[in-house]
Design a protein. Structure first.
Length: 228
């Protein structure tokens, strides 16, 4: 065979065999992995779960939710500034690795991702410090979601961050109704609670039980206290 020529090995059916097939599969696997993750420098932190990269792309941290910072004259929710400050300290001005989560982007065109700073899993760290709570999504990685839930249970038991104040709220200690399908929970008299199919309905004596099982309050309930 002349030098510089590469012989492609095929079977009679035209399918690649042996080392050549292995090489092709490795290339495809490598391409898939690299396409699902990238690195970027954090230019600005919007709040506890959202930031902007140097290329102006917005990133929403997957699997968590944090108290909302007040805008347009509205008050901050309790612990919103603390959550933002923690994320600032963790990632501002640093290069992070972002792995796409779920569909990769949300309806606002933000990148949804698992965030890593060296060996720190940022999504988990925010929950571990009691600055965020676990927010389930069907399309997200099951292993990572399980890890976030475990971090939440530990933070709740150890009364980290916002948990000591939030767990004393009147609404927190009332019964709640969960939807097994969405992993959202509602107050019993809420219109959406009444629409839950009995097969998907689960009752909690308080919101702590719901959080422990990986449920989170439906956002329209405005459960979180505000800073006056």
């Amino acid at each position: 065979m002349p030098k510089g020529k590469v012989r492609i090995i095929k079977s009679r059916s035209g399918v690649l065999k042996g080392p050549v097939l292995f090489f092709v599969l490795c290339c495809l696997l490598f391409s898939a992995v690299t396409a699902s993750a990238f690195e970027g420098k954090v230019r600005y932190v919007i709040d506890g779960d959202t930031f902007i990269l140097a290329n102006n792309k917005r990133v929403r941290i997957a699997g968590i939710d944090t108290p909302e910072i007040g805008r347009d004259g509205k008050a901050d929710q309790y612990y919103a500034q603390n959550s933002k400050a923690l994320l600032n300290k963790l990632i501002l001005g640093k290069r992070v690795r972002i792995e796409y989560a779920g569909k990769g982007k949300d309806r606002y065109k933000r990148i949804i991702g698992w965030i890593y700073l060296d060996d720190v899993f940022v999504n988990e760290e925010m929950i571990r410090k009691g600055a965020a709570f676990f927010y389930f999504h069907k399309g997200n990685d099951k292993g990572k979601q399980k890890r976030l839930l475990q971090a939440q249970r530990k933070a709740y038991n150890e009364k980290k961050g916002f948990w000591p104040v939030v767990s004393k709220l009147k609404k927190f200690n009332k019964p709640w109704v969960g939807n097994k399908n969405s992993r959202r929970c509602f107050l019993p008299n809420d219109k959406y609670a009444k629409k839950i199919n009995w097969k998907n309905k689960v009752n909690f004596s308080n919101l702590g039980e719901a959080f422990y099982d990986g449920y989170s309050p439906a956002r329209h309930l405005n459960f979180w206290p505000v800073v006056k």
